[in-house]
Design a protein around this ligand. Structure first.
Ligand code: BGC
Length: 465
């Protein structure tokens, strides 16, 4: 493929520089034919995961079998443990599909990420309750709370499940294979805190349920953030591996754990040497392959690998680097979001990042244009690839597409990468028949993950989940 798109033409570039950019463009742009083949494989992997445990796409039963009606009222508490932050929330349902919430946010300390996670979470819950005079005393009953846990957990009931593996840079020893609710409950006990975790949900399940409280057409919840994943309502008849009782609704929300797609054989996703380098140096090599091409935790690092590859050939920054640029993870994905839409005549925003953040003086206009192209190529490939999972899942339930369907989406990539939504929708539209596609409504489900845990706590309390 040639870079016919003028966005990839670097004004003032040497032929060697332009040739390198053309090569990158040919690696990062994906034809519909290529995407179609990846979607087909994704569908095959979904079927595999529905039939048997332990496959690449885990398709984990969430034990959530109901939909909120939107008419439920009351206040419910939740803990939302994500990749970067922890939030404790009190969510009030207004009975008309609306919610208000009060929350406190805590940044996960490095110590928490590598050692003391559950004690840290318990401490934050304590602070939240204490500051609001809500801490149960003496003989008062424990406060029921929902827990959103944004890592792969093999769920064993609505409020228990064992950690399959850590993702997104967390690496707390001694947790894989153990019940995360038990670990948290023990930490709460150590603080003498009367809190009972009544619901455990993945953040995608939470996002779906929070969308469903206000919109009965919600069928799918997705996160495109630090990591990526999705959940959707599946007909239990299609879940051959399910050995539990048949829910009266006939449905079950499944946590797909789609970030793992293609991790076993690296055969379908468009791996470039820059992706492979990232994978090798990550704390979870040969895992989360799809996530590593799509989500905020990784895109800056892919861009950094490309920058160094060009610099090492003296095609960028006159071959210079800096201590910061040499360090892994030093390019934050948010720079890709701002760089891709830097429309200043001299690309001054990108100049700031190169000179102030990366500490490399005297960038040329050619250097800055190359940075911009890298931001576009890496980000837009992510947005296009994100359509793969969306199309595979929606066409799997094409029985639903003859009436309105809402897909609730949250996460920093979806919210902040320029045109992520538009590229995702445009790409998906190439693979779903127009008369069905017009029924699909992709909507931002802002902060849905925590609200969804509170809603699941409500479902557990009201209907016995
Ligand atoms: C985790 C998922 C989570 C997703 C989005 C992934 O790394 O494995 O459980 O839903 O990130 O936060």
């Amino acid at each position: 493929m040639s870079s016919a798109d003028s966005r990839y033409t670097i004004v003032g570039a040497t032929p060697e520089q332009q040739a390198a950019i053309d090569m990158l463009a040919s690696q990062f742009l994906l034809t519909d034919e290529r995407l179609g083949a990846i979607i087909k494989e994704f569908r095959r992997r979904m079927e595999e995961g529905l039939a048997t445990d332990g496959r690449v796409l885990k398709m984990i039963p969430s034990y959530v079998t109901r939909r909120p009606l939107g008419s439920e009222v009351g206040s419910y508490f939740a803990i939302d443990l994500g990749g970067t932050n922890l939030r404790v929330l009190k969510v009030t349902l207004d009975g008309r599909g609306g919610v208000t919430s009060e929350h406190q946010k805590f940044a996960l300390s490095e110590e928490a990420k590598s050692r003391t996670l559950f004690d840290f979470v318990a401490q934050c819950v304590d602070t939240f309750l204490d500051e609001r005079n809500l801490r149960p005393l003496g003989q008062q009953p424990p406060i029921p709370m929902g827990l959103t846990f944004s890592y792969p957990v093999q769920q064993t009931s609505i409020n228990s499940g064992t950690l399959v593996q850590w993702t997104k840079g967390l690496n707390v020893p001694g947790c894989v294979g153990r019940d995360v609710v038990r670990l948290l409950q023990d930490a709460l006990l150590r603080l003498g805190l009367r809190v009972k975790i009544v619901a455990l949900v993945n953040d995608t399940v939470g996002t779906l349920l929070s969308a469903a409280y206000s919109d009965p057409a919600a069928q799918m919840g997705i996160i495109f953030g630090t990591g990526t994943n999705a959940a959707y309502y599946e007909d239990v008849a299609n879940l051959a591996k399910w050995k539990g009782p048949n829910p009266s609704s006939g449905e079950m929300v499944l946590n797909m754990e789609w970030g793992a797609f293609d991790s076993d054989d690296f055969a379908f996703l468009p791996f470039t040497p820059h992706d492979i380098k990232l994978d090798r140096k990550s704390i979870n090599p040969r895992k989360q392959a799809y996530e590593k091409m799509i989500s905020g935790m990784y895109l800056g690092e892919i861009a950094r690998n490309i920058v160094l590859w060009l610099a090492d050939q003296r095609l960028l920054l006159d071959g210079r680097s800096s201590e910061i640029l040499n360090a892994m993870w030093s390019i934050d994905t948010s720079y890709l979001s701002s760089g891709a839409v830097d429309t200043t005549s001299d690309l001054s925003e990108i100049q700031q990042v190169i000179e102030k953040t990366l500490n490399i003086s005297n960038s040329t206009f050619v250097d800055r244009q190359i940075f911009k192209v890298i931001a576009i190529l890496v980000g837009e490939r992510a947005a296009r690839l994100s359509a793969v999972g969306v199309v595979a899942t929606l066409t799997k339930r094409s029985d639903l597409l003859n009436k309105p369907v809402t897909v609730g989406i949250d996460g920093s990539m979806y919210e902040h990468y320029p045109y992520f939504h538009d590229i995702l929708v445009e790409t998906a539209s190439h693979f779903i028949p127009q008369e069905q596609f017009k029924n699909i409504n992709f909507t931002l489900a802002k902060d849905g993950s925590g609200v969804g845990a509170a809603i699941t706590a409500m479902l557990a309390a009201t209907y016995d989940a």
